[in-house]
Design a protein around this ligand. Sequence first.
Ligand SMILES: N[C@@H](CCC(=O)N[C@@H](CS)C(=O)NCC(=O)O)C(=O)O
Length: 205
Amino acid sequence: MRRLWGRLSSVNVQKAVWGLEELGLPYERVEAGGAFGRVHDPDYVAMNPNSLVPVMEEDGFVLWESNAILRYLARGHGAGALWPEDPREAAQVDQWLDWQATRFTPSTRDAFWQTVRTPPEQRDRAVIDRSVAASEDCAALLDAHLMGRPYMVGDRFTAADIAVGAAAHRWLLLDVPRVERPAMRAWYERLRTRPAAASALPPLS
Ligand SMILES: N[C@@H](CCC(=O)N[C@@H](CS)C(=O)NCC(=O)O)C(=O)O
């Protein structure tokens, strides 16, 4: 029995859902976090003392941190899919997962919160501008990396496309001024054609 706790509006939950869907693994998603609450309930805190989503539970095995979940799914259930066999390619997938978690998503966070989850009269233009500028640096780096490449690592879809793709989805749907990045856009559109991406990436909320 496999359960994933977390609301789909969370980019971190989206990554886990995308991984589960790509691998065709059966699971039940339980709403938690944000307006759904639950994350401070004692039974939830016993699973994740950070009171954050997502959490995955599989036959009593409990795991939190979205990229750890993604790595586990890809390595434990992927059988070669999503996680390259080659150690150097695998290390590059790791590299992009870390980059997504420590650079790209943190850069977009303020712009997202301000323009999607903050009432217009409470928004701080300077905070948005700083976040947009930091996100543009990430987008430029990504666009340069993706020039002439179909996917983030090697020539096939991997867990790196899931992690960075979910973060790119959030950035590209924000209602902010953005420099057009053709290689990044083409890659994102390529990802969007995957049925698993359609299940994992809702409109921003
Ligand atoms: N590094 C963690 C971050 C998890 C995180 O910050 N989750 C947010 C949603 S994206 C959360 O749980 N917020 C509180 C809530 O939803 O109640 C991960 O990647 O799983």
